[in-house]
Design a protein around this ligand. Structure first.
Ligand SMILES: *[C@@H]1O[C@H](CO)[C@@H](O)[C@H](O)[C@H]1NC(C)=O
Ligand SMILES: *[C@@H]1O[C@H](CO)[C@@H](O)[C@H](O)[C@H]1NC(C)=O
Length: 167
């Protein structure tokens, strides 16, 4: 865990040495994938409870001590499928000690068929001070799919999502 936190700080510092600053970061891409046995491309998993505790006891204070507190860089939680809302946000953001380090909630679009956009409204109404940001969407992402050049169907998929999640 120490090295994981150090990696965040070293990454930010290394870019800063070249005058490149970041406005935000997420705690981890798709933390629920890491909870699946032998998942193929990442092995760190978080539940909302363990992410909350990780932020409040480790990542949040360490970033702040390194000069990357919430005023300097906006931390987004979850960064995973929107069907995990509103529970994920409820668990992390109901704890004021964790929430003080958090600025927003990142969400992805896979499985939107089973998760209505109203989940975003519910989350927003519970935590209006936090922003909600669509952080990943990709047509043709399933292992059995491939590139389809000139596909308007896929373009419409993006357009539909942009209309649905923008306010
Ligand atoms: C970063 O900005 C400072 C101040 O403008 C400048 O002195 C320095 O050369 C820059 N560093 C790089 C790597 O561009
Ligand atoms: C884990 O995944 C790798 C690559 O996807 C596979 O080669 C390996 O057999 C898997 N191991 C187990 C114990 O399922």
């Amino acid at each position: 865990m120490y090295y994981f936190i150090l990696a965040f700080i070293r990454f930010l510092e290394a870019y800063e040495a070249y005058n490149i600053s970041f406005w935000g970061l997420t705690t981890e891409n798709e933390p629920t994938n890491g909870l699946q046995y032998n998942f193929s491309f990442q092995c760190l998993g978080f539940t909302p409870e363990s992410q909350r505790d990780f932020i409040k006891m480790h990542l949040g204070p360490s970033l702040e001590n390194a000069g990357y507190g919430p005023k300097k860089i906006k931390m987004m939680i979850m960064d995973d499928q929107r069907f995990l809302l509103p529970k994920w946000a409820d668990v992390v953001l109901s704890d004021p000690e964790a929430a003080r380090y958090v600025s927003g909630v990142g969400f992805h679009w896979y499985w939107n068929e089973i998760s209505p956009p109203e989940l975003l409204d519910i989350t927003h109404n519970s935590f209006p001070e936090q922003f909600l940001l669509a952080t990943e969407a990709c047509e043709g992402s399933w292992p059995w799919e491939h590139v389809i050049l000139g596909s308007w169907e896929r373009a419409e998929g993006y357009a539909h999502d942009i209309l649905e999640v923008s306010i």
